[in-house]
Design a protein around this ligand. Structure first.
Ligand code: ADP
Ligand code: MG
Length: 846
């Protein structure tokens, strides 16, 4: 047996081998040592070999946990029982890896689960990814010289669980960062990848003579990665994958450009704080009702539309539902009854669906028909032609499920309870025989009772000994001759008779035949369903689209968004805009709206100054998010918005604000800045927040200034530039406007009303903020001295005022503390200590 084990393990070295032995899956040797520790299992031994095991019925649960640890699992089953004393034949029937999961219980229903492949041909690098649980399949060639940037972006968008990668690539500088990510890497030697083989595999997959229909020509390098994925799936015994019916080749122009740091800094799907989904755009906008819709929405905000027609079409749809709140409410209601048709279809396609899955499809279809009844066809139109034909075909399918499958069917194929009465006359006949067999049995039991006069005789059944008569101990010696004893228990005796045995055999054989026949009927129903997988997937697309549209309408209703006016234009004009995420997390109505307008043909550059905490970062992100939402087809948080189409959005944050990443931050900041300067166009929107902060004041300022000048004179993208370098406000250029966050003074206290006003900030009030935050008075004082002497040459009224204010402030604060002091709760000693501290803080003593 160990020889057999070693042979199997040899072929699946990188997987945990689950070796089926009776009711257990066993792990041996190094697997046993590692996994027992990982999953907290008891480690035992067999002939000195370490082993640990898990019961077969709980295997799903353990697989899920192994997947979470990024393990691959090879499942080795007994495929043939031993003849005589030999060893059962065993084979690996499936390899489950984090990127190839299709079991819904191991998947998060609101996110896609991607397997990616990265392959180079010496010149180009191609990237492909697939979600095996939904059939989505896409590929691209990473544009030369920006491979790393593009790969980072695709990873941020798709978050793959597993990446197949050519060995040499992982060794190169460009891609070595993959090794630091939380993904499973499958390194493959060079020779595994071959263009011709890949093409052939794709042709076989799509059953076409060439790939023209997918816009792929014969030498297209992205074939390499796409084929590699399919070959990998073949290796993992994933079958023929009939739900993967097409491949989409994409490039830069397929979506509004968002690079990795923009995705991160705008907190689109993950927050910067802990990588979770709270405080993200996704969380704010996800009013979807189905998991299909949730996944589509996530993709949509990561890959907004790049062109006007789709955007306007979606705004129109959102508006239609927005204006018809009753339809919206009904639609949401119907959508909540629709299950994951995409993943269910994948299960049908891969011969994994059980009867409950098909019932779930039927119920979802019923929901879809309801939706069609209440919304206009124009809202469901997916541009792929005849909806009537699609729905009538699906109607027939639903009817078949309805007529053939039991309401509460078994999820196994081996215990009957699958097929409804009336579907198949042969089955009905068998069932009648079975029923009458059971009746004959009951009649026979009554007969024996009467004949023997023993009234405690009962006919019973258990799985071990089958049918038997049970007689209470006191009456057991009165049973007739023909009763044979089978079992003695404390309270009773169990008997059988020749006739009982015969009747039982008859019933059992018919029961078995019913089970087999039900299975056969079920498989033919599933086979029929499999023929319609592409229609089911098309419906899934329609449903997920309308779910996203209704989610946008619902968010618009809930939060008071408006439809943006989208045109091909150089302007962005936002009237009383709001930050969609911040406004949701502060008391209702307390967010202060701000208006802004920029124009890449006119005033393209807004320089925003103002003290810390005044709201600079918020207004910057707000403009970027509103622009992004509009491109994704959503309404926006503003009183009105005119959004000229943009090609890319960039959002950069100066190094010290960028703590989440933990790399050499200034270098990263400069890298990212360089990338913007290189790739931003006139149609882009650039958000720069405190660039240049990661280095010394002088060179930081110099860099910031040079960057400003470049953006003003070279490419002129629409730019919002927030900075604490007030020196930058001295730049004069017809395309630059100085804006600042208002600062008010009230009773010697500074107030930041969060309003954007024309003109540069007067002072940075840093010392003031420092003293508010509780810097010791001596530090505050010293800072004031330094500032005054530093600025003595250019001493301005405002600087002096700022210093005075911060000094005044400290006294204010101590007065406030004095007012709040609870004297009743203080010991004399504590009071003295407080007094001493205040004396010090006010610099009255040294
Ligand atoms: P800055 O970048 O100028 O230091 P932030 O944009 O980080 O300031 O804003 C500071 C705080 O003020 C944030 O916590 C934010 O929630 C809040 N805030 C910013 N803008 C507004 C606004 N318009 N209305 C209400 N609160 C705001
Ligand atoms: Mg800021």
């Amino acid at each position: 047996m160990f020889r057999q084990y070693d042979r199997q393990k040899e072929s699946y070295k990188d997987s945990v081998l689950l070796f089926r032995m009776g009711d257990f899956y066993e792990m041996f040797k190094s697997d046993a040592i590692e996994i027992s520790r990982l999953l907290n299992l008891t480690l035992t031994q067999r002939q000195g070999v370490p082993m640990c095991g898990i019961p077969y019925y709980a295997v799903d649960n353990y697989i899920a946990r192994l997947l979470e640890h990024g393990k691959k699992i090879a499942i080795c089953e007994q495929v043939e029982m031993p003849k005589g004393k030999g060893l059962a034949k065993r084979e690996v029937v499936e390899v489950v890896t984090p990127g190839t999961i299709i079991n819904v219980s191991h998947l998060d229903n609101r996110t896609n689960n991607y397997l990616a492949a990265l392959v180079g041909n010496g010149k180009n690098t191609s990237l492909a990814y697939v979600d095996l649980s939904t059939g989505e399949f896409r590929a691209t060639v990473l544009a030369e010289n920006s491979e790393k940037e593009l790969l980072r972006r695709e990873i941020a968008r798709t978050n793959p669980r597993e990446v197949i990668i050519q060995e040499v690539l992982l060794e190169s500088d460009k891609y070595s960062f993959l090794g630091d990510l939380d993904v499973v890497l499958d390194c493959q030697p060079d020779w595994v990848f071959d263009l011709r083989q890949s093409r052939e595999r794709l042709l076989k997959q799509f059953q076409t003579a060439n790939l023209k229909a997918f816009g792929i020509d014969d030498e297209e390098p992205s074939i390499l990665a796409a084929g590699a994925i399919l070959n990998y799936l073949d290796d993992k015994h994933k079958g023929v994958l009939p739900h993967i019916r097409s491949i989409e080749i994409f490039d830069e122009s397929s979506a509004l450009g968002l690079d990795e740091s923009t995705i991160r800094n705008l907190e689109i799907v993950k927050n910067l704080h802990d990588g979770g989904s709270s405080f993200t755009l996704l969380e704010t906008l996800d009013h979807t009702k189905t998991s299909l819709g949730a996944r589509k929405l996530r993709r949509r905000i990561l890959q907004p539309f790049p062109e006007l027609a789709s955007i306007v079409l979606h705004h129109e749809r959102v508006e239609k539902l927005y204006r018809s709140q009753t339809t919206l409410a009904k639609l949401r209601d119907l959508l909540s009854g629709i299950l994951d048709i995409e993943r269910l279809s994948a299960r049908i396609a891969m011969d994994k669906a059980h009867a409950k899955d098909l019932i779930a499809v039927r119920d979802s279809l019923t929901g879809a028909f309801g939706i069609r009844d209440i919304v206009e066809d124009s809202l469901l139109d997916d541009g792929r032609g005849d909806l009537e034909a699609l729905f009538s075909l699906l109607f027939t399918l639903a009817e078949m499920f309805d007529k053939s499958l039991m309401e509460e069917p078994s999820i196994l194929l081996t215990e009957g309870r699958l097929i409804k009465e009336g579907w198949d006359s042969k089955l009905d006949e068998m069932r009648r025989k079975n029923d009458s067999g059971e009746k004959i049995l009951k009649d026979y039991a009554a007969e024996e009772k009467a004949a023997s006069g023993i009234n405690s005789i009962k006919l019973k059944y258990n799985r071990i000994i089958g049918y038997f008569f049970e007689v209470r101990k006191g009456q057991a010696d009165r049973v007739p001759e023909r009763f044979r004893r089978r079992q003695s228990l404390a309270q009773c005796e169990r008997f059988t008779t020749e006739k009982l045995g015969e009747l039982e055999a008859e019933i059992n054989s018919i029961k078995e035949r019913i089970i087999e026949y039900e299975q056969e009927l079920f498989l033919s129903i599933r086979e029929e369903a499999k023929k319609h997988v592409s229609e089911l997937l098309r419906l899934a697309g329609i449903i997920s689209d309308i779910d996203v549209v209704q989610a946008f309408s619902h968010a618009a209703t809930e939060y008071g968004y408006v439809r943006p006016r989208m045109i091909e234009d150089s302007r962005i004009e936002i009237e009383r805009g709001r930050h969609p995420i911040v406004e949701c997390h502060i008391p209702h109505g307390s967010f202060v709206p701000n208006s802004i307008s920029i124009d890449s043909d006119g005033v393209s550059f807004a320089l925003i100054t103002g003290p810390n905490m005044a709201g600079k970062s918020t207004i910057l992100r707000q403009v970027a998010l509103i622009t992004l939402m509009a491109h994704a087809g959503s309404f926006v948080p503003a009183d009105s918005a005119l959004i000229g189409l943009v090609d890319r959005i960039y959002c950069r944050v100066g190094a010290t604000d960028n703590l989440a990443r933990g790399e050499s931050t200034f270098l990263v900041e400069m890298n990212e800045t360089a990338n913007i300067l290189r790739s931003a166009s006139k149609q882009s929107l650039v958000i720069m927040d405190e660039i240049g902060r990661g280095t010394g004041t002088a060179d930081g300022l110099a860099i910031a200034k040079a960057v400003c000048e470049y953006l003003l004179t070279q490419t002129t993208p629409k730019t919002l530039f927030a900075t604490h370098y007030r020196e930058l406000t001295k730049i004069e250029h017809p395309h630059l406007i100085n804006l600042s966050m208002a600062v008010h003074e009230k009773d010697g206290l500074l107030i930041f009303p969060k309003t954007l006003v024309p003109g540069p900030a007067e002072a940075s009030y840093g010392i003031h903020v420092g003293s508010m935050a509780g810097l010791p008075e001596s530090v505050v004082r010293r800072a004031q001295e330094l500032l005054l002497s530093q600025e003595a040459r250019s001493s301005t009224e405002t600087t002096r005022k700022a210093v005075q204010i911060s000094l005044f402030d400290n006294r204010e604060m101590i007065l406030e503390k004095l007012r709040d002091l609870e004297l009743d709760n203080l010991t004399p000693m504590e009071s003295l200590q407080i007094l001493a501290r205040w004396q010090k803080e006010l610099n009255l003593v040294s």
